[in-house]
Write a protein that binds this ligand. Structure first.
Ligand code: HEC
Length: 301
């Protein structure tokens, strides 16, 4: 009885946005620091001369989150201000955007009901500036995940396997159409990142795509809804997706696996690399994983 009442209330409050979704107040929350990465692509973070941690990543299998969950905010603050970072003292933002904050605190939640999985992201937007790169969308939220160990090193670096120095807006970018890719990707072998995106612009549709040799913004059949509402001074974005997926570039989400993921927010009408990103995280269904702080147990509601 109580559960029904709450569900109905959810629908009422959000104007239908939560129909079918879990009672989020009962779902464990995970705070995540999203930071401004500048031009810290895969080739930079995996180059020892730039980043002294490379041997630890490669040989000891240390994940980005393991070392940087605590200081991701400081990293973002330094990079966005154009300060030199890493052991090579690289400037990873050659043109520091005026007034842009270095990081945003976000809250992540996820739950499932045996058929569908639900993700929820909440954050307070920073102040908007005058420049509008993407005129249509004030906000975009994108989540990527692998197929449970199917993308090499995704368990260590989340989305970094898709982020390269030769992409548009990156340091060696020559082609302003070049989007994310994974080296040696294959759809058949599961070596791809599944992608879901919410866009805030009027009339924009949820994006259910994937990343292989480039970023595809369609093909998936798993994403049922991608919605966002501004509740007071914060954004709340939710995804509703079937566990089975079933489309092109959809990973099936099954209880036997642990999935690596990351997410990014394009705030303030930005595009390309001018976003805030999470470090690597992992999720599984009704499964505890001891000793991995960046793991989130998605429980059945
Ligand atoms: C073993 C711990 C460790 C791991 C794992 C690690 N880093 Fe680092 N990272 C460091 C240290 C220490 C620095 C400081 C500069 C240096 O030594 O290169 C740093 C610097 C950075 C910087 C520049 C900011 C600064 O303050 O210098 C970025 C960006 C960065 N790391 C991103 C990443 C990403 C992305 C990953 C995962 C692919 C990662 N790091 C994995 C330890 C780590």
């Amino acid at each position: 009885m109580k559960k029904i009442a709450l569900a109905v209330m959810g629908v009422f409050v959000a104007g239908g946005a939560y129909a079918g979704a879990p009672d989020w107040s009962k779902v464990t929350e995970r705070k995540v620091k999203l930071f401004y990465p500048g031009q810290a692509g895969l080739e930079w973070v995996m180059n020892k001369a730039d980043h002294s941690a490379v041997p630890d990543i490669v040989e000891k299998k240390r994940a980005c989150s393991k070392c940087h969950e605590g200081d991701a905010n400081e990293i973002g603050d330094k990079i966005v201000a154009g300060k030199p970072v890493g052991s090579s003292k690289s400037v990873l933002e050659p043109k520091p955007p005026a007034g842009k904050v270095g990081w945003i605190p976000a809250t992540f939640k996820a739950a499932h009901d045996g058929e569908k999985i639900y993700f929820r992201f909440e954050w307070v937007p920073p102040k908007n500036g005058d420049v509008k790169m993407d005129k249509k969308n004030e906000v975009k939220l994108t989540m990527m995940f692998d197929g449970g160990g199917t993308v090499e090193q995704a368990d260590l670096n989340g989305c970094w396997g898709t982020c390269h120095n030769d992409l548009r807006s990156m340091k060696d970018g020559k082609d302003d159409k070049k989007t994310k890719y994974i080296k040696g990707a294959s759809l058949d072998g599961g070596k791809f990142m599944d992608l879901m995106q919410f866009r805030s612009g009027k009339g924009e549709k949820p994006v259910d795509g994937y990343i292989t040799d480039k970023r595809y913004m369609e093909g998936g059949k798993g994403l049922v809804k991608a919605e966002g509402v501004k509740e007071g001074n914060k954004w709340v974005v939710t995804f509703e997706r079937t566990l089975a997926g079933g489309g092109k570039g959809d990973h099936a989400i099954t209880p036997d696996k642990v999935y690596s993921f990351g997410f990014a927010i394009h705030e303030d009408y930005t595009e390309a690399r001018y976003h805030y990103v999470s470090l690597n995280y992992q999720f599984g269904l009704d499964k505890t994983v001891e000793g991995v702080k960046y793991y989130y147990n998605v429980t059945k509601q």
